[in-house]
Design a protein around this ligand. Structure first.
Ligand code: CA2
Length: 147
């Protein structure tokens, strides 16, 4: 069965507890539950993880090779800084969707740069928590049809 990993980076464990005006009131646990329901409908296996540590995220991406068919990555602030995450995605060759809750292009200039976008099949941002299930549907379709 098709397996998709949703990986979350630094501070996303705080979702729903602080800065609701920027990131909403939905917790990461709520998002995981929504994604599990959609994954079941799509008939795909879902793994869902979060880490605040760049190296741990790199290791999860390495481990995705041969385990997961697709990766959905909200790398948080590492999006804008991490060549290590970019290289990890390139090396695993697992199709990756870059995901953000907020529209990073409507925010501060430093959020307009993404190292992940260079190696992603596509980017979803600005739709809040709903972006996670959008990304799951997009990845399932991409893996099935190549679109
Ligand atoms: O919009 C997104 O999903 C981001 O990846 C979120 C990152 C930010 O650095 C990126 O530029 C865009 C920040 C995640 C911080 O999450 C928090 C959640 C609640 C309270 C505080 C931080």
């Amino acid at each position: 069965m098709t397996s998709i990993l949703i990986l979350n980076g630094p501070n996303l464990n705080l979702l729903g507890t602080r800065q609701p005006e920027v990131y909403g009131t939905t917790t990461l646990g709520d998002i995981e539950a929504q994604c599990r329901a959609v994954a079941e409908d799509l008939g795909v296996t879902l793994a869902f993880a979060q880490s605040n540590a760049e190296g741990a995220l790199v290791n999860r991406i390495h481990d995705a090779r041969g385990t997961h068919h697709g990766l959905i990555l909200n790398a948080g602030a590492y999006t804008h800084t991490s060549i290590a995450l970019m290289d990890a995605i390139s090396s695993t060759e697992v199709p990756t969707i870059e995901l953000h809750l907020s529209n990073i292009h409507a925010r501060e200039d430093f959020r307009h740069t993404s190292y992940i976008a260079r190696v992603a099949v596509g980017v979803i941002c600005g739709f809040g928590a709903h972006g996670y299930t959008l990304a799951l549907q997009a990845m399932a379709r991409h893996l099935e049809t190549g679109a």
